[in-house]
Design a protein around this ligand. Structure first.
Ligand SMILES: [Zn+2]
Length: 65
């Protein structure tokens, strides 16, 4: 399916500490072998912890993403 497309992104991410930021919900990046995948849903104006629902303005953590 799309796996060849997702695998084509690996040479960049597999050899570095770079992350993939995606809105995809299919898990194809991980299936292709990507290790550092940040799954983003909704708005980029704020970020919420998926475990405790702590919410913060994205601009406050932009340097940490
Ligand atoms: Zn939390």
């Amino acid at each position: 399916m799309h796996s060849s497309l997702y695998r084509s992104l690996l040479p960049t991410t597999a050899t570095s500490n770079q992350s993939i930021i995606t809105k995809n919900v299919d898990g194809f990046h991980q299936e292709a072998g990507a290790k550092n995948v940040l799954e983003i849903y909704g708005t980029l104006r704020s970020a919420s912890c998926t475990k405790c629902e702590y919410k913060v303005a994205t601009k406050e953590i932009a340097g940490e993403i």
